[in-house]
Each structure stands twice: as C-alpha cells, then as structure tokens.
Design a protein around this ligand. Structure first.
Ligand code: FES
Length: 103
C-alpha cells in the first residue's frame, strides 16, 4: 500500500472535511456520502481560508470565508480563479486512510 497514513475513516464524519498535516503540508480530506474520499490543499487559494471547514455541495467545497467553490476532484475554482491543489485520498478495507500528495 502506498501513500501517507493519516488516520482512520471514523476520524472524518460523513459529509464533512478535516485537516491533516501530510509530509509538512496542510491537507483537507473530505468524506463523501458514499464513503469515498477527496482531498485538496487545506488553505484556500484566495486568501487562505480553511477549506476543511467548507460546506460540501455536489462535488464542490465552498470556502467559509468568501464563498468560492472548488471542485473536489480537480481543485478547479468555480469561476475560473486559481485552483486548489488536488490530492488522492483512499481508505483501506480496515478503514485506514491514506493520502498521496498531488503536484
Ligand atoms: S479565502 Fe476562500 S474564498 Fe476567500
């Protein structure tokens, strides 16, 4: 198995995100309603807002500071602004959560 172990699935409530430090980077990991995971840099590219605290809506996280939306798969900003860096988060069968950092 590859990737950085960051915890277990139960650490992340369904439909929410949590911030983790992975190899010195702050990463927001989200648990979707189907139990799949998504991950983006935790700092909003706009002004550093806490994306782990954003609301999830149809594959997008909405930054709690100024409301910009970021695609949870690609990191693209909804209105074409600077994107959030995407990462890969997965859960093993035993619930261990791993993150592979993106670029
Ligand atoms: S800091 Fe996230 S939208 Fe402004």
């Amino acid at each position: 198995m590859s990737g950085h172990v960051i915890g277990v699935l139960a650490d992340i409530p369904i439909g929410e995100g949590r911030a983790f430090v992975v190899d010195g980077r702050q990463i927001a990991v989200y648990r979707m309603r189907d139990n799949s995971l998504r991950a983006l840099d935790a700092a909003c590219p706009h002004r550093g807002g806490p994306l782990a605290d954003g609301l999830l809506d149809a594959g997008i996280v909405v930054c709690p500071l100024h409301g910009r939306g970021y695609d949870l798969g690609t990191g693209a900003e909804s209105d074409g602004g600077p994107p959030a860096c995407p990462h890969t988060a997965t859960a093993d069968a035993d619930g261990t959560v791993r993150v592979v950092l993106g670029p």
